[in-house]
Structures are given as C-alpha cells and as structure tokens.
Design a protein around this ligand. Sequence first.
Ligand code: ADP
Ligand code: MG
Length: 385
Amino acid sequence: MNSKTEGGKPPPLQSAFALLRCPPCGGSTPATPPKTESQNPCHIQCTMRQLYAGLLVFCLCLTLSCVQKQTQRADFVLGTICSIRFFKELKPELFDELFSRLYELDDIFNMNKDNSDIDRINKNAGIQAVPVKKECIELLSRALYFSEISSQSNGYAAFDPTIGPLVKLWGIGSDKPRIPSPDEIKEKLSLINWRNIEINQEEQTVFLTKKGMSLDLGAIAKGYAADIIAEKIREYGIESAVIDLGGNIFALGEKPDKNPYKIGIQNPLSPRGDYMVYVETKNKTLVTSGSYERFFEENGVRYHHILSTETGYPVDNGLLSVTIIAENSTDADALSTTIYALGFEKGSALLKTMSGIDAIFIFEDGSLRVTEGAEKILGKKAKGS
Ligand code: ADP
Ligand code: MG
C-alpha cells in the first residue's frame, strides 16, 4: 500500500500527469436506455457514460483513430445499462448471443423478477430448499467466501448477501426511500446472517433457514456476468473488447493499436462523467463502489446504498469510493463493496493478504490513496481538462 500518511490523514497524490482527451461530444443523456449498434460508437459512449456509475472508459479515439471501425450494443439488463464494444465489425448474431446470456443471468439473479432463482429462494425462506441453476450455486458460494473473509476482522460479515431485508427497508434507489426507525432496523438486522444460507451442492438447492430472510446479490452479480461474457468473447478468439455492465468494466486484451485502455475513475465530489484520475491497463477489470452512486438526502444528510451489517445504517467511514482492479470481475465486484464496508484500515489489511488485486480509495476530503500496483498505472487529470 501507499503508506505516506501524515497525522492519520490520507495524503493526496502529488505526481502530475498530462492527459489527452477526446473532444467533448456534447451528447445528452437519453430518456430511455439506448439499444444501439454502430460503426463508430464514440459519440454513443460519451453520451452513455453519463448514465454509468463510477468508471468511464474514455472515447477510445485517444490514440486510436476515430475512423477505426467499432461495433457496440447496449441494453438495459441486470438492472442497469450493459454495453459490449468491439473494435472491428462483427456479426450482429454475436451480440444476440452475448445479450441472451445476460438475459439468462437476469432470470437467475434479478430478485425483483417473478420466478427468478433469487425470487424463489427468498419466497421460500424458512419454508423449503429451492432447486436453482448451477450459476446460482456458483455465485452464492463465491459470495459466501467474501462473507467469511470479511467477518474475520469483525464479529459480523461486512459483506453479506442476506442483506435483502435491510436493503428493502431503506428503499435506497427505489422511488420511496426512507429513514427507518431504530426498532425496524434492529428487527431486520436479526435476519441478516450469511451462515443461515444452506447450499446443497449435490441437490443444487438453496435454503434460507429463517422466515423473512432474503438474498440480494446486487454487490456481486454484475461482476459475475462480466466474467461470463468475457469468457465467451475469448472463446470466439476475439482479442479486444470492452464490457461495461453499469460501470463494472472489463477491458479485454489491449486496444487494437496495442496501447493500454484508459479508464477514468469518477470524482465523487463532481458531477457524473467528471473523473478524478485514470488508470492505463490491459486485460483487467475495474469495479467501483461509492456512496455517490445511489443515495437520498434528508435534512442535509446523505443516506447511500452500501449498508453496515453491524449498525443497519449506511456505512460511514470517511470513504467516498473504492475501486478494485483485478483479473476476475466477480471478485472485484464483491471486493469493492467489501472493502468499502470494511473501511480503509481493515480493507487494506485484507487486500494485503491477496495477490493480483489493486485498489484506489477516495476519501471525503477529496484525497486519494492507492495500492502500489495501482500507483504504477495511475494518471492524474490535467488541470482544466
Ligand atoms: P453497485 O451495485 O451500485 O455497483 P455495489 O457493487 O457496491 O454497488 O453493490 C451495492 C449493492 O449491494 C446495494 O445496492 C445492495 O443491493 C447490496 N449491498 C448493500 N450493502 C451490502 C453489504 N454490506 N453486503 C453485501 N451487499 C450489500
Ligand atoms: Mg460490488
């Protein structure tokens, strides 16, 4: 980790970097999510990044000719805008196939969809075990791994997929968010415990042992979907692509001109689309969790969507966002939420036990701390850009 600390305060990064940027497209946010394929989606991407949380893949005409053929499709799935982009013309059937896979995953993991695996598990909490698809078992098992490791430095799991009742109670991101009473919070907290998930690998079933429990895989499912799509693209022998599932970015391979991708990290204190720093990287996934992504405000207080399983309130630890850079998007997604919820000290301690994972922390005072690996690939926004 970058350990230049003075008086416990995280220091800002000092190094100055120049940044070339694509001229602004001047696009406006569409009222409905776009579904597009284009030969040159540079403009579309610039427009769409206003809708995305956390991460922005810059218009790739930075070092790539704008006339370079690209194809892209985007659609609203997994509760967010998902886009896939290639740097050559490819058959539309390929997009059809990739997006049908995303729709299949939505049928499994979307807890608001009637009859999805998660919906059936939740409706049968305290009643019976439910047969589910193998993907559900696989992802849930991985989620429990993060519950386990995030509970080692706490009495409770900072990352807990049984957070459902609390998420519903607060309604953050819904049209009716509200501050619950302490009694309501206490009641819901009693339902949150990852140890009360029973997975039967042989029978391929899942059982929530207490009535009222519910799963919410919102902190990990997009990452899992990104891994599946990345794998499929690789199987086709396609070397370069950018998968963006609501800000969960998987930058596959390198840009066709062999340069690394340039991915901006949202400045949590600025309007969406304004990045604070960027990283230059090849074949990596980047996932951000931040308090600015989904929230509501009451009496000047911000209530955001990452909840403490200890207090039942939104996590409040001085962090505004955590970005994870890794090779596996499931883990990056789970970790961005886990590390955010653990906070800087415990989160960095956990990261030190892992290899191949880097992180960028942005704090409430606008300062930034990064792991050593992230520092090597980090670029700072040039003044006035
Ligand atoms: P986003 O989904 O906005 O990209 P995250 O990956 O950090 O952001 O996931 C946040 C979502 O995860 C919340 O909206 C909620 O559904 C769920 N969640 C909130 N707190 C926790 C927690 N402590 N452990 C596991 N999941 C959580
Ligand atoms: Mg996450």
